[in-house]
Design a protein around this ligand. Sequence first.
Ligand SMILES: [Zn+2]
Length: 507
Amino acid sequence: MERYYVTTPIYYVNSTPHIGHAYTTIAADILVRHQRQRGRDTFFLTGVDEHAAKVARVAAEQGLSPQEYADRIAVAWRELPRRINASNDFFIRTSDEEHKRFVQGFLQKLYDNGHVYQDVYAGLYCVGCEAFKTEGELVDGKCAEHDREPEWIEERNWFFRLSSFQEQLLALYERPDFVLPAFRANEARSFVEGGLQDFSISRAGQTWGIPIPWDTDSVAYVWADALVNYLSALTYARPGENLVERFWPAVHHLLAKDILRFHCVYWPAMLLAAGYEPPRQLFVHGYLLLDDRKISKSLGNVVDPLDLIEIYGADPVRFWCARAVSFGQDGAASLEGLHERYERELGNDLGNLLSRTTAMVARYRNGTVRKAPTRDSDIAAALAPLGADVAARLDAFDVTGALERIWEVVRALNRYVEATAPWQLAKDEAQADALDHVLYDLVDGIRAVAVALSAYVPETAERVLEALHQPLELAWAEVAYGRTGDVEGIEAAPPLFPRLDAPAPAA
Ligand SMILES: [Zn+2]
């Protein structure tokens, strides 16, 4: 059986979740739900990164120990996947004892394999990025990402020989789909070609973190700890089972572009150094921009995804995230856009289609649909390529394109209602057969679309299938024409997406 392991980055707990985190988690959930529909053996991991230096600082500001602070804020983070209806198999916290032990073993392997040495490090460090900065990367002496001056840090650290992995990394990038989209692979490749500097995997003078096993006065650099979560989780997510053999290296890492270097360069090198296979694939996405600015707590422009879910429900927010911006690119999104898609696309295109269809079946056929597929059906033609097209796009992480492909069929179904005018056919007894075929095609078409959409809007898909009195069968083979059998008892369905007030202008 083919395996599909998908990860989100683990999120820093120095703040509460915002829409940018929900965005990655939603995309990962769409991908993994889809792969499950295709019968793949899947695993979906998300979680939080607790060992950042800034976590200790924020905790101190609040008069708490780092662990107390992390325990409190982890509650909101654990809530995020639940609220957006993400079907993660495990939620990792880097303060989990099992993770800490695994990281120590992993770093020990790097050390034992001769890839670690001690040196003095001095440089400019941005606490926001948790990374050293070169003068060239600064704008007016400040980190462009965080609009703050980096600090001068000088200490004795343990270094990982990243520079010795240049050739192996370049060979990896020869794999055409190792890093996607292609322009991100080029970005990683040019970074490696530009010459790699060894990087420090330890921090002296800190206590919040995982002790370096051979030098317990130092703790692991937060990235040397965090990246390893993708492996460590597999060793304890299911008590008594080690899933490493099963899911490594069948992993697909999703990440935003600001952490490309850590994931596409440092991580594969660390894995090779420790004796593991590099990941199967990395997909680097852009930012969902509200008002053309990156949605980020550090810039104070925050939309709480949980607030949006309160108003619209999880499915419309998932739909909007997948559709508002082409996944992979940066793009502007707005709350008005969310409202508009809720009304026009979900409410009208899909919701009205279901309401009209079920109302007509109830009215003209007493709620009964007889199995009546036809060979030259327009709906059969529209559905024929859908399953393969959507699968191909989602295999290439084209979350937005796959949804647009499904929506083409939703629009075709709406055109079909107008073109066949069942309300006219119903007036003419001689057209009884034609009406049966049209109603069958509509019910069957909506059913197939619901199955195709269920990775995006799982609750809605279920409600559509229930309204059509269809079994809750989500296997991908159901995205095909003519799978609906005889049905009875269909009633006019209530609106899937009731009208809501437009959002108030942002305060
Ligand atoms: Zn920064």
